[in-house]
Structure formats: structure tokens, C-alpha cells
Design a protein around this ligand. Structure first.
Ligand code: AMP
Ligand code: ZN
Length: 108
């Protein structure tokens, strides 16, 4: 069992505002948002870095991102998807940041 923060969110051992979940993917609100919408999309399998993703273990991330884009009408608002990797990554479980609207101040 992997004890990283995001694996613990997947196992519901620590709380998170979960917005989307299926058998392969979870999406939840970033705890320190940089924009009004700041979600993290992660594979349920513990994959450390973007570099370790492949055709098998990335399954579901694109469709989850598109579901969130549709559900929050982000085609109208504008959005960006961001991935930090290597030494630029703080949490060692690959995650896609979905951020919108681009350039908007944080409303919290
Ligand atoms: P990075 O690894 O640099 O892409 O950044 C990790 C991101 O995870 C940051 O934006 C944090 O705010 C976010 N984060 C860390 N712990 C949690 C948590 N328990 N719940 C939600 N977001 C988190
Ligand atoms: Zn993990």
C-alpha cells in the first residue's frame, strides 16, 4: 500500500472535495487554489511522474478532464491544464491541474 497523500485521498483516509470519480480516476479541488477553479485529476494507480505514464495507466484522465471542462462550462471561460514533473513536482503522484478562468484572481 502506497502512503502518498493522493493515494490516501483515493482510499478516503484523508478528506478532499471530490468532484469526479470512476474506476481509474479521481478529481478533487486543490487545497491551495490559484484560481476560482483549480482541480487536480489523478490516476487511481500510484504513478509517480508524468514521465511514467503510458498508454495503459493514463486511461481515463483525458475523459475525466473533458467531463470537468463540460460540467463547469470551461470552453466559454477558458482553462489551462498544467503538469509539474521531475524536480518541479511537490506531491509524487502524477496530477493534472485544471485551472480556470486563466488569469482570474482567487475568490477565497
Ligand atoms: P505540484 O506537485 O507542484 O504540482 O503541487 C501539488 C499540488 O497539490 C499543490 O497545488 C497543492 O496545493 C495540492 N495539494 C497538496 N495536498 C493536497 C490535499 N491534501 N488536497 C488537495 N490538494 C492538495
Ligand atoms: Zn500515490
Amino acid at each position: 500500500m502506497v502512503n502518498c497523500t493522493f493515494c490516501r485521498i483515493i482510499r478516503k483516509e484523508i478528506p478532499a472535495a471530490i468532484l469526479y470519480e470512476d474506476e481509474k480516476v479521481v478529481a478533487f479541488k486543490d487545497i491551495h487554489p490559484v484560481a476560482p477553479i483549480h482541480f487536480l485529476i489523478i490516476p487511481k494507480e500510484h504513478v509517480e511522474d508524468f514521465y511514467n505514464l503510458n498508454e495503459t495507466n493514463n486511461s481515463g484522465i483525458l475523459s475525466a478532464a473533458k467531463w470537468l471542462i463540460d460540467h463547469h462550462r470551461l470552453m466559454d471561460k477558458g482553462y489551462k491544464l498544467e503538469i509539474n514533473g521531475g524536480g518541479a513536482q511537490i506531491v509524487g503522484h502524477v496530477h493534472f491541474h485544471l485551472i480556470a478562468p486563466v488569469g482570474a484572481p482567487v475568490d477565497v
